[in-house]
Design a protein around this ligand. Structure first.
Ligand code: PBG
Length: 378
């Protein structure tokens, strides 16, 4: 190539070299590439020598060639913690219950019995204690804070993930502070970071902001570090979509009555977008997120896959309340088998790239994997 810029060479020689090096080489490169790909294709047999069904012919063989495996260590169990006088049952979520502080020991023994690695707590406060500002979140001895203390005292070796958002505490049901009809981003950040520090002080291992305010990861990271909680991790609900699938959860934490007909579309993501999710994830990683979450899971598997392949960081999926309840109700209507369908969904999330999954079916799936009950084919 240096010949081309050599001043002493006549112009026609330069043209000759340019032609030889740049233009004549092109068809040769294309030809070489084609040959290489053909070589690979020729080394693979085709029917009838090749029969892909052979590897599927028995349970043991399918197990040997399985590309992704769903294990107990992939499961995070979400647990609702209720004020003592509230009912344990949730009418929108079959077989899911709410535990009181007095029942934390039951949560611990269920988690231990099922070899659960981590649980995620969601508080259910009394409606009459909620206010415009969500000030209940900042009580030193609030419900969630007390639950964290009790759980970690009984189970120091089980991971505890706690939610940072104001919706269990606000009278309007939003995740942030409402100022003149708008969720005020920066005022909310200030509250969230104080809430996160309280949770860390009580013993939370991973703080998981689910509020979708801009800049919350950086602000919370700074607040945790300033208070000496360098080792407390941040799991960002980075790509959280404004979804109808949160309906049963909002009943469980009793925020749906507060929210009424309002939605959360000014801060949670628009389900028509995908590139935007990558921007959200990138921003949160730059601000110090240790892991990111995609939520909901099933309808958003393309997002999960794009995020995992683009960033190669710990990527979690939240199989949310609506996804769980759909499977439960179709099972009770005799349409689909619950165990079979939940295993297919969660395994598909693994295949799409999830490193861990928050699922209300965590105990059921763990019991199945541990062989604590009659097992399914493979
Ligand atoms: C609120 C929060 C929601 C969920 C987790 N945290 C609901 C919402 O954003 O309104 C939903 C979880 C589920 O549906 O299982 N910060």
């Amino acid at each position: 190539m240096s010949l081309l810029i050599n001043k002493n060479l006549p112009f026609w020689i330069k043209i000759f070299f340019y032609h030889a090096v740049c233009l004549d080489a092109l068809p040769w490169i294309v030809y070489k590439k084609r040959r290489e790909s053909k070589k690979f294709a020729m080394s693979v047999a085709s029917f009838p020598a090749l029969r892909l069904r052979r590897n599927r012919s028995s349970v043991w063989c399918r197990n040997l060639v399985a590309e992704s495996i769903l294990g107990i260590s992939d499961l995070i169990w979400p647990v609702f913690i209720r004020e003592a006088h509230l009912s344990p049952s949730i009418k929108t979520m079959p077989d899911v219950r709410r535990f009181s502080l007095e029942e934390i020991d039951e949560v611990v023994s269920l988690a231990k019995q099922h070899k659960i690695q981590a649980v995620a707590f969601f508080p259910v406060t009394a409606i009459e204690d909620r206010d415009e500002e969500g000030s209940g979140a900042l009580k030193e001895n609030g419900l969630l804070i007390e639950a964290i203390r009790r759980f970690k005292a009984l189970a120091p070796d089980i991971g505890l993930i706690t939610d940072v958002a104001l919706d269990p505490y606000t009278s309007h049901g939003h995740d942030g502070i409402l100022v003149e009809g708008e969720i005020h981003n920066d005022q909310t950040l200030e509250k969230l970071s104080r809430f996160a520090v309280l949770q860390a002080k009580a013993g939370a291992d991973i703080i998981a902001p689910s509020d979708m305010m801009d800049g919350r990861i950086g602000t919370i990271r700074q607040a945790l570090d300033d208070n000496g909680y360098h080792n407390v991790a941040l799991l960002s609900y980075a790509a959280k979509y404004a979804s109808c699938l949160y309906g049963p959860f909002r009943e469980a934490v009793e925020s749906s009555r507060c929210l009424g007909l309002q939605d959360k579309k000014t801060y949670q993501m628009d389900y028509r977008n995908s590139d935007e999710a990558l921007r959200e994830v990138e921003q949160d990683l730059q601000e110090g997120a240790d892991a990111v979450m995609i939520k909901p899971a099933t309808f958003y598997m393309d997002i999960l896959h794009r995020v995992k392949t683009s960033f190669k960081v710990p990527t979690f999926a939240f199989h949310v309340s609506g996804e769980y309840t759909m499977l439960k109700l179709s099972a009770s209507a005799g349409i689909m088998d619950y165990k079979v369908s939940i295993l297919e969904v969660l395994s598909s999330l693994k295949r799409a790239g999830a490193d861990a999954i928050i699922t209300y079916a965590a105990l059921d799936v763990a019991a199945h994997l541990l062989g604590l009950e009659a097992s399914h084919d493979d």
